[in-house]
Design a binder for this molecule. Structure first.
Ligand code: ASP
Length: 338
């Protein structure tokens, strides 16, 4: 039986670092180096290795991920693996999930520990990602699974995965749903299929999302937040260059009381999504009263982000704005997320 063709696209990140003369890690390895470091890969698949960039994922742009999505769409491989940094994997993976038609497995992987450290996880994660991409159950369910993230022998939906720790090997989790599958020895153990109705509905509305960059402000609410950034946005005609905003609200969808008028005016000025800073779980819709309760904020025209983490809500809003969707359509897209 012929081996699956797997296309490895390397963007950079810790997985691709090398120590410089002083011992500090610098971007260096390309896709060929990553593949050569794991000889076992050649026994599993015919690998095509392509270096797309050599940057830390904290410096990636929406435009770069749109270009990557086009590259994935034109790949003739039986599976695609993207290697990148861990810092924004939860955002880039979700964006790819919104943009790429997954007829074959599409997997994002990375490394928490750099190659100079004992127990560096890059080679193991790449091997695991290739195993997952070649697995018959994964291949049969590629469309139902959507874009996946493989880290530390677990397979997550890119739409649900979050970076939960800055340095530990087990830095990734999907707190709302858990993993889709696990790797044990050399096999994939299926655990669940994701519920993708909201994502598929969003994808239908987004189409190619072909417009240019649409900066979205992330306004994280904290105890006693005075709202000066919102005042500054409202005080300039171009809203400081932002086209949309995500409010990382408290709990079930609340902001400090003195911000009621400000967030209402912000929602009137540009599409503004409320998403819980708790990071996982759908928000309330009709439990609390008062001027900055969820009931009041929804009446003021704030778009409810459902169960999306604020970072994922920001990705979805940027993509909706690129696609030129109206405020009402954007609200419908988000409404499906719970
Ligand atoms: N700063 C790095 C990056 O995201 C961290 C990593 O790769 O883990 O590119």
């Amino acid at each position: 039986m012929s081996r699956p063709r797997i296309h490895v696209l390397a963007l950079g990140g810790t997985i691709a670092t090398k120590p410089d003369a002083s011992g500090v890690m610098q971007m260096g390895a390309g896709a060929d180096d990553l593949v050569k470091a794991v000889p076992l890969l050649a026994t599993l698949a015919d690998i095509e290795a392509e270096t797309v960039s050599r940057v830390g994922s904290h410096s990636l742009s929406f435009d770069q991920i749109h270009a990557l999505a086009a590259k994935i769409a034109s790949s003739k491989a039986d599976g695609v693996i993207v290697t990148q940094g861990t810092d924004t994997l939860e955002e880039t993976g979700f964006l790819l999930d919104l943009l790429v038609e997954c007829d074959v497995p599409v997997i994002v992987t990375a490394a928490m520990r750099n190659p100079a450290l004992t127990s560096a996880d890059g080679p193991g994660n790449l091997l695991a990602a290739v195993r997952v991409a070649c697995d018959p159950w994964i291949r049969a369910h590629a469309r139902a699974l959507g874009v996946m993230a493989v880290m530390l022998d677990e397979v997550y939906a890119a739409a649900d995965v979050v970076k939960a720790h800055p340095t530990r090997l087990n830095g990734f989790a999907a707190p709302q749903t858990g993993p889709l599958a696990a790797l044990v020895e050399d096999r994939v153990v299926p655990l669940s299929l994701p519920v993708r109705d909201a994502i598929e509905a969003a994808r239908r509305r987004l189409g190619k999302a072909a417009g240019g960059a649409q900066p979205v402000a992330l306004l994280w609410m904290g105890l006693d937040e005075p709202g000066h950034l919102i005042e500054a946005m409202l005080g300039t005609p171009d809203r400081l260059g932002y086209r949309g905003a995500v409010v990382g609200a408290m709990g079930g969808g609340h902001v400090p009381e003195r911000l009621a008028d400000l967030v209402g005016r912000l929602a009137a000025a540009l599409p503004t999504v409320v998403s819980s800073r708790a990071g996982s779980g759908a928000m309330l819709r009709h439990t609390y009263g008062g001027p900055t309760s969820e009931i009041a904020l929804r009446k003021l025209g704030l778009i409810w982000g459902g169960r999306l983490h604020p970072l994922k809500a920001r990705v979805l809003l940027e993509t909706c704005l690129r696609a030129g969707l109206s405020r009402d359509t954007i609200a419908e897209v988000f409404d499906a997320f719970g």
